[in-house]
Design a binder for this molecule. Sequence first.
Ligand code: 4FV
Length: 236
Amino acid sequence: MFIDVLTIFPDMVELVTGWSILKRAAEKGIVTVRAVNIRDFAVDKHRTTDDTPYGGGPGMVMKPEPVVAAIDFARQERPGRVILLSPQGERFTQAKARALSAEDHLILVCGRYEGIDERIRAFVDEEISIGDYVLTGGELPAFVVIDAVTRLIPGVLGNKASTDEESFAGGLLEYPQYTRPPVFRNLPVPEVLLSGHHERIRRWREEMALQRTKKRHPELYEQYLRRRERGNNDGS
Ligand code: 4FV
């Protein structure tokens, strides 16, 4: 997969590509992340990428020309899905991460300032929000998307199974995990996990995932029950 990050702070991209799993994925050639500096596409000698809002109001707005020229540049070598990160976007989910992990080329547009010129949206395929809060820029949301998407690409994570059983994968939150020591500050590991009895462990984990989802994510729990109900009815 190719990922272009369109930003006026290209050095930030090192944050995701320079470490751990994503670094190895890049070294293995599974994922290529490229920083595209929007300022390189500015049309004036001062390399301006922002201006005051028409109609007045606080702050600055991202100019359309440099951003759209950067999108054109990113699309030159290969077609790509252009994604704008913004609070007005569709909420990012594991299902969306799974869908994007099948793409060949993602072009992530990172806004800055109070917002972007509305005409940029005519050159964008979709908008994604990572949550209902306002950040200083779209770079961190872009990195969240890159992390969540690339770890789903076959070969990136050592063990594929780890993405099958995790939260949201099966529609439930993940069950509690434990590792050595068997007792930590008088807190023991649940005996069933030390039993070696795989069927009892499997049932305990399912029950824990159900309880945790019901308590912390009731709507996800309802969705899961409805899907299970449907599953039972159509025998799937
Ligand atoms: C954001 C979010 C976000 C808005 C103005 C960047 C900021 C600034 N992006 N999910 N929440 N973006 O807050 O995606 O330009």
